[in-house]
Design a protein around this ligand. Structure first.
Ligand SMILES: Nc1ncnc2c1ncn2[C@@H]1O[C@H](COP(=O)(O)OP(=O)(O)OP(=O)(O)O)[C@@H](O)[C@H]1O
Ligand SMILES: [Mg+2]
Length: 249
């Protein structure tokens, strides 16, 4: 297996409950630089909660999350903001700004988080990023004029324009046809290779997982039930893990 860099995220004994609902009970995961980790788990098991804990949107009850070497729960608001500028977050819904053109959607994070750049530099960065996701021609369109797959690509481009060190994808291919889903998966892989980013990818799409994952973790009953490469998990003689691979040829 390829050797990866230093740990970008180190999660140990993570616990999170909502009232009586114990969602995460003892979750452990390390993601190293340049590594893509896919999180599998059935609906409602806590995958989105995990991602929200990592970026400090939800406070965890116990355990530790070290992000770029710092404990998330002890960060002050401005430190959290600085940290978030290093992270690209692709929401399931794409969450584009409907009243802005594609160009303005990409300009927005640059103005908010990016280092000061000239107009020309901004323009060039936007064009280059749109080129990477194969949508250079869509620069003047409004989100309403885009198809679902195009929206996903623009959502991806908007995160990538800041050249994040860490990408968090929450179900990036859900709701897409298999061909577009595969294109998006390949794009995620190309981005990892181009920028040497680390990623956590939440997905039910086993084809996406197979294409993008260097390692997978199965979340079950609040713990990291199984971890390994796609082949390792596929060959595990465990019906609970095998269930994820049932419809996968
Ligand atoms: N802000 C919240 N307040 C209370 N309960 C919450 C909150 N966010 C999530 N939960 C609960 O935590 C559990 C895990 O939710 P989560 O959204 O992480 O599931 P998931 O694994 O992402 O599911 P899916 O695959 O359907 O997206 C659910 O029982 C949910 O009701
Ligand atoms: Mg979710």
């Amino acid at each position: 297996m390829r050797a990866y860099g230093e740990p970008i995220i180190e999660i140990t004994h993570l616990q999170k409950s909502f009232g009586d609902n114990a969602v995460l009970t003892d979750f452990n995961l390390t993601v190293r630089q340049g590594e893509n980790v896919v999180v599998l788990g059935k609906s409602g098991c806590g995958k989105s909660v995990l991602i929200k804990c990592i970026v400090g949107l939800i406070k965890y009850d116990a355990g530790s999350i070290k992000l770029f070497g710092k404990e998330v729960s002890s960060l002050k608001q401005h430190e959290l903001d600085t940290m978030r500028a290093r992270i690209g977050f692709v929401f399931q819904s794409s969450a584009l700004y409907d009243s802005m053109t594609v160009r303005e959607n990409l300009e927005f994070p640059l103005r908010r988080h990016g280092k000061k750049k000239s107009k020309e530099e901004v323009q060039q960065l936007i064009e280059e990023t749109l080129e990477h996701v194969g949508l250079a021609h869509a620069i003047h369109l409004m989100p309403a004029e885009l198809s679902g797959g195009m929206r996903k690509r623009i959502g991806l481009a908007r995160s990538l324009v800041l050249k994040p060190e860490l990408m968090l994808y929450d179900e990036p291919t859900t709701g897409l046809d298999p061909i577009t889903a595969e294109e998006i998966s390949k794009l995620m892989l190309a981005m990892q290779q181009m920028y040497n980013t680390s990623s956590i990818i939440i997905s039910h799409d086993m084809h996406c997982a197979e294409l993008t994952a260097n390692r997978l973790v199965v979340m079950m009953d609040g713990i990291d039930y199984a971890q390994g490469t796609f082949e390792e998990l596929q060959q595990l003689n465990d019906p609970k893990v095998h269930a994820f691979f049932l419809n996968h040829k």
